[in-house]
Design a protein around this ligand. Structure first.
Ligand SMILES: [Zn+2]
Length: 261
């Protein structure tokens, strides 16, 4: 397979409330290990100097400052839940710097929900300083954005159909997964690195995989390496849980980088 110069950076690996949870005295929330501090889930992909993110949650500003991001060429959305979209207003400095509106990609339902939540970004006559979005509806067709080859993947988040993305046929990012259609599992065969969500160990959730369920999918997909993300404090301490995982499976953590060049 062709080399892809792809670099992956985890902007956030926490579930919707992040870790620590506000006001919580749970031991994981009180942990002093930096790997137990998880902002809301999102990743940044870099290739040939171009940068895209998957999702743009409420911690977007802090995440992009921490990464020292200088540009953003597009945003791919998995779905419309708040922990995946609420940072969209903070794209403004990057839009002003580039002098270009921001291309956003997602299911038609997801992009129309963005319009409901952020109507001022779509107004004909905008308040000065508001950023504009360029909408690209995505369904099953592969597409190219800023040097990245992107294959959307259909994923079920409980009853809600959402998207994951396969990048350059080597890497896939699946968050907020409850079930994967067989077709999606077929599309994932042969990838080098899989990222898949795992909420916690116990108490089944209607719309999120538990860790053992995510491991089952990871075994079926058979990537060379698998990283788990979108983690709750109920999963446990990073250092303990990471040790218990099967071979070539790891917990992701904020700021983790994977180089696929
Ligand atoms: Zn969600």
């Amino acid at each position: 397979m062709a080399k892809s110069n792809l670099k992956i950076h985890f902007l956030g690996t926490g579930t919707s409330q992040g870790i620590p949870v506000i006001g919580s005295d749970h031991p994981v929330c009180l942990s002093t290990d930096a790997k137990d501090k998880r902002l809301r889930s999102s990743i940044l992909l870099e290739k040939n100097g171009k940068v895209i993110t998957i999702d743009c949650g409420p911690d977007f500003r802090q995440q992009m400052l921490r990464y020292n991001a200088q540009r953003l060429d597009a945003i791919l959305f998995t779905h419309e839940h708040s922990d995946h979209v609420l940072g969209i207003d903070d794209i403004r400095p990057l839009v002003f710097k580039a002098g270009q509106d921001m291309p956003v990609y997602g299911l038609e339902r997801v992009l129309s929900e963005l319009k409901n939540r952020f109507p001022y970004m779509y107004a004909q006559e905008k308040y000065p300083g508001v950023a504009s979005l360029i909408e690209h509806h995505v369904n099953s067709e592969a597409f190219t954005v800023a040097d990245f080859h992107i294959q959307p993947l259909h994923v079920m988040h409980g009853p809600l159909p959402i998207l994951g993305y396969k990048i350059d046929n080597r890497f896939a990012y699946l968050t907020d997964v409850k079930t994967l259609p067989d077709h999606t599992i077929t599309q994932l065969q042969g990838i080098d690195v899989l990222v898949i969500s795992a909420l916690r160990k116990k108490d089944k959730h209607f719309s999120h995989l538990l860790l053992d369920e995510a491991i089952e999918y990871a075994i079926k997909i058979g990537a060379k390496k698998t990283f788990f993300t979108h983690l709750s404090h109920h999963l446990g301490f990073h250092s303990q849980v990471d040790k218990e995982l099967p071979e070539n499976m790891y917990l992701a953590f904020d700021t983790l980088e994977i180089d696929l060049s």
